[in-house]
Design a protein around this ligand. Structure first.
Ligand SMILES: *[C@@H]1O[C@H](CO)[C@@H](O)[C@H](O)[C@H]1NC(C)=O
Ligand SMILES: *[C@@H]1O[C@H](CO)[C@@H](O)[C@H](O)[C@H]1NC(C)=O
Ligand SMILES: *[C@@H]1O[C@H](CO)[C@@H](O)[C@H](O)[C@H]1NC(C)=O
Ligand SMILES: *[C@@H]1O[C@H](CO)[C@@H](O)[C@H](O)[C@H]1NC(C)=O
Length: 868
């Protein structure tokens, strides 16, 4: 598909494919631009016009290309400057407004800047080297030996691999030996370890190493060999997944499966390169195992950049022949720092399975984060032991692999077993099976019953632990879930101060059955809440989401180290706690500021997004790629809405009633970004915000040349023999003039209707006002895209109202105080002093080692006090 969209650009590009992916990029010598061009546009045209070197496509991202220039120190942005210059020249009329220009087809321009990347930190924990000298039950030990014999496992440390078969704490393993006994060992499955490399020369990994799925993005060669002294992490993870059954070390969960690797953690890499890595060989690599993320210091709040988010969406949509790449992420080791995986945009992505840890006694280890986005847990370090696996070296083993880093790959390996028995599972089938088969942990926690699926959920353990047997059995006869549908609520404008103390500020939104029917949404899977909260100390804040069933997700928690004064800025929190719920009824967000101090803030706005299984899969479209302005519509206050309104008033039916946005190019599945992308904005949207004329669709001819109307024309319209963009301009102008006239007519018509109905003078009359009375004066914001999706049925309760003070922000303290902090206390004790840099175990030099300061502040490095 990628190739065909470039057909106009000729053979050069068709031949590209793999070779382009292997382009060397030298970020010291060059500035790199990633530019998305409108489909059908030729990258050579931009290259020629701007005198930039064309450097090939950006991985699997559609119509997205690398361009490069000699590096400049002054922060000069070639593409942006050229856009600016064109704008000026058009203003001065040096260039005709209608004269087409390749820059008009630049949808996105991202200069790659390594200096602004937040560090990606490996999620290993170095447990203390004190081993518990517990002696196993002789019967169980014998059983372990028998299992090994039956399966022909002669690997010397297999008996130490308690996570595979635990002869000391029976039942505390992933329950995989029975699966192997059926001959299911991961054949044909491929897990890609996205990390700091994989030692393909290890005798334990060599046999299963999949070179064609591997690439070293740090040193830009094929084999992602560990090259730095602390490049051990990826190899250890790889050993957990697919260490071969032989006489070296132990075995992996999918010991006949293949394992590949993308090496990205050993140097800073660009967003674009990371995006390529996340889709690397994505028809062959099925599962991407990622045991890293932003620092787990309880202060970071980072999400992957737009290109990486696009890559992950592209992965689930097009990877594995469209079944979807499976992304497994370690949830993070920051529990002792009050960190929470919802402050990490990788782990709280709906496209990733977030895996937390439990230790060999089934207890919660001090490091594993609590989080409403956590799906499942599995075994890792704690209670005096860790995961035993392969290490870098010809025949080296490692006995101390720990942290949530070690948990994620075990789940990735189990997924490999599932795909052997049923390769047609989609990325969402995998998540469903994970939820439905998870085994509740026998530990105190904030368990609460999800009544829709009759499974208990805890923020500490997700739905429980992964059971390989249950997952593989469940995979065998699983019927694929229907395609994903979604519903986005309008923005709820709260704009109210948050009271300090245990009370919270609540805002609700009612989802009706009709809304979900319109959205083609049958039952929920993920729920996300995007919100803006201004606060002078972010860590004081917490937020919970209550679903119509009464299920509570603690989507954001208090973080004692988080001093940021930015609050939550367009941040999206995620919850899996509402899995399977119907979604109909009142959803409430409660924002709290529990610390009574000089720091305070305001709850600005929020938007609910429901994701799940569609009603009618055949009508369901794929989610459009995210844009930089996806959640910005609440900021766009001026022209666009006026324009939208005047377009919508004369809706075909001429019915005076109804939401003005109802009939706007809205397919049954309420495609969320369509209305925001239909009038495509200039490439670099952030910078264009102030440039209202360019982003609005008001009937000003000078606003149209940026081809707001491209591709909208059916073939019956004549072309006048001019180029596409000139046509676009002609038709755009005609359309806008017509719409303006119709709109004017509609306005008069409504004025008259309104007067006759209401029988009163209304000088301040606003169409939007009348047609959507609940909107108060926030019509300017709420209608952007949200209103279009809202189908006019949703309305806001309580604090959701606008600024007129009308019931704005209802305060109440109905919810039990402090519920987000309980039960973690004793785990903090020792584990919380993260400064203790000297603590790494002797075998642990790798993780905290030399030469790579960026990743050095790994995570809490000691075992702390075990819970339980
Ligand atoms: C573990 O696997 C065995 C089969 O080997 C199965 O009988 C048992 O039910 C599984 N345990 C759980 C908790 O599912
Ligand atoms: C592996 O996959 C290939 C292609 O999908 C298939 O033809 C083959 O039968 C599979 N092998 C096994 C052992 O499942
Ligand atoms: C799966 O289906 C097969 C036949 O297609 C059947 O024999 C088996 O019992 C089913 N297994 C489960 C767990 O339902
Ligand atoms: C909250 O709103 C009040 C009143 O509008 C304002 O004075 C205050 O600065 C706001 N606080 C923050 C953190 O933005």
């Amino acid at each position: 598909m990628r190739i065909s969209s470039w057909l106009p650009s000729g053979l050069l590009l068709c031949l590209a494919g793999d070779t382009w992916a292997r382009q060397h990029r030298n970020y010291d010598a060059h500035d790199y631009y990633v530019v998305e061009l409108r489909s059908g546009q030729r990258p050579e045209d931009l290259s020629r016009t701007l005198d930039l070197h064309y450097d090939g496509p950006v991985g699997e991202l559609d119509n997205t290309h690398f361009f490069r220039a000699q590096t400049r120190q002054d922060g000069y942005d070639h593409v942006r400057e050229a856009q600016e210059e064109l704008r000026l020249r058009r203003r001065r009329r040096d260039v005709g407004a209608a004269e087409p220009h390749i820059l008009d087809h630049v949808l996105l321009n991202k200069k790659q800047d390594l200096s602004t990347r937040f560090p990606l930190v490996k999620r290993g924990v170095i447990p203390p080297s004190v081993r518990q000298s517990t002696v196993g039950d002789p019967t169980l030990i014998q059983e372990g030996l028998d299992i090994a014999k039956t399966l022909d496992i002669t690997d010397p440390i297999f008996q130490d691999q308690w996570h595979l078969y635990n002869h000391i704490q029976p039942g505390h393993d992933i329950n995989v030996t029975g699966v192997w006994g059926q001959g299911i060992t991961g054949k044909n499955s491929t897990v890609c370890i996205v990390d700091d490399g994989l030692d393909m020369d290890s005798d334990d990994l060599q046999a299963n190493y999949f070179q064609a799925g591997s690439w070293d993005f740090n040193d830009q060669v094929q084999d992602p060999k560990p090259r730095l002294s602390d490049d051990h992490h990826g190899t250890r993870c790889a050993g957990e997944v697919a260490a071969a059954r032989n006489n070296i070390c132990g075995v992996g969960v999918a010991y006949d499966g293949k394992v590949s690797a993308c090496r990205i953690l050993s140097k800073v890499i660009s967003d674009a390169d990371e995006a390529i890595a996340m889709n690397y060989a994505y028809q062959e690599n099925q599962i991407y195992s990622c045991s890293w993320g932003p620092p787990d210091d309880g202060q970071s709040m980072e999400q992957p950049g737009l290109l990486i988010r696009r890559a992950m969406l592209k992965g689930v949509q097009a990877g594995r022949g469209g079944l979807g790449s499976i992304y497994v992420f370690a949830i993070g080791n920051g529990a002792a720092n009050d960190d929470n995986c919802n402050f990490d945009g990788y782990t709280n992505s709906i496209y990733s399975v977030s895996v937390g840890g439990i230790d060999r006694k089934g207890a919660h280890p001090y490091y594993s984060e609590k989080c409403s986005a956590q799906l499942v847990v599995t075994y890792s370090s704690g209670s005096g032991d860790a995961i035993h696996t392969t290490d870098v070296g010809k025949d080296k083993c490692y006995t101390n692999h720990g942290g949530t880093s070690a948990a994620g790959p075990l789940v990735a390996g189990i997924y490999g077993l599932m795909l052997e028995v049923n390769p047609s599972l989609t990325w969402r089938d995998i998540q469903w099976l994970t939820v439905l088969t998870a085994v509740k942990i026998d530990q105190e926690s904030d368990w609460s019953l999800n009544t829709a699926i009759q499974k208990d959920f805890s923020h500490q353990f997700g739905y429980g632990k992964a059971d390989a047997w249950a997952l593989v059995e469940g995979a065998r006869n699983w019927t694929n879930v229907k395609p994903q549908a979604w519903y986005y609520s309008p923005w709820m404008h709260v704009k109210h101060p948050i009271p300090q103390g245990d009370q919270g500020l609540t805002s609700s939104f009612e989802v009706t059955a009709d809304i979900l029917k319109m959205a083609n949404l049958e039952r929920l899977e993920h729920v996300t809440v995007t919100m803006n909260v201004a606060h002078t100390r972010r860590g004081d804040l917490s937020a919970e989401l209550r679903s119509p069933t009464g299920m509570v997700s603690h989507i954001a928690t208090h973080r004692r180290n988080d001093d940021a004064n930015s609050g939550y800025v367009d941040w999206t929190f995620m919850s899996v706690a509402h899995w399977g719920e119907p979604g109909v009824g009142t959803w409430t967000v409660v924002v709290k500021d529990t610390s009574v101090n000089e720091h305070s803030g305001n709850f600005t706005d929020w938007r609910l997004k429901l994701w799940g299984e569609s009603i009618d899969g055949s009508k369901q479209e794929l989610l459009p790629m995210p844009t930089e302005t996806d959640d910005d519509d609440h900021d766009v206050i001026t022209n666009p809405d006026v324009a939208t309104t005047s377009v919508a008033v004369p809706t075909e039916t001429g019915k005076p009633e109804g939401n003005p946005d109802d009939h706007q190019h809205r397919p049954v599945n309420a495609k969320p970004t369509e209305s925001s992308t239909v009038p495509p904005k200039e490439g670099d949207k952030e910078d264009d915000k102030v440039d209202e004329p360019a982003t609005s669709s008001t009937p000003t001819p000078s606003a149209t040349p940026s081809a707001n109307t491209d591709r909208l024309l059916p073939h019956i319209f004549p072309t006048f023999g001019v180029t596409k963009s000139t046509q676009a301009w002609i038709y755009g102008s005609i359309t806008l003039i017509l719409l303006f006239l119709i709109g004017l007519g509609g306005y008069w018509y409504h004025q008259r209707r309104r007067r006759s109905w209401l029988n009163r003078d209304d000088y301040n009359f606003e169409m939007v006002d009348r047609q959507n009375p609940d909107d108060d004066d926030d019509h300017d914001n709420g209608h952007g895209r949200g209103g279009a999706n809202g189908n006019g049925n949703g309305h806001m309760n309580g604090g959701a109202r606008g600024k007129q003070g009308k019931k704005a922000g209802r305060l109440y303290d109905a919810f039990a105080p402090g519920s987000d902090d309980e039960s973690e206390g004793d785990a903090f004790g020792v584990g919380s002093d993260i400064e203790d840099e000297g603590e790494e175990g002797e075998e642990g030099k790798g993780l905290v080692g030399t030469g790579n300061q960026r990743y050095k502040d790994d995570e809490p490095r000691r075992e702390g006090v075990d819970v339980g």
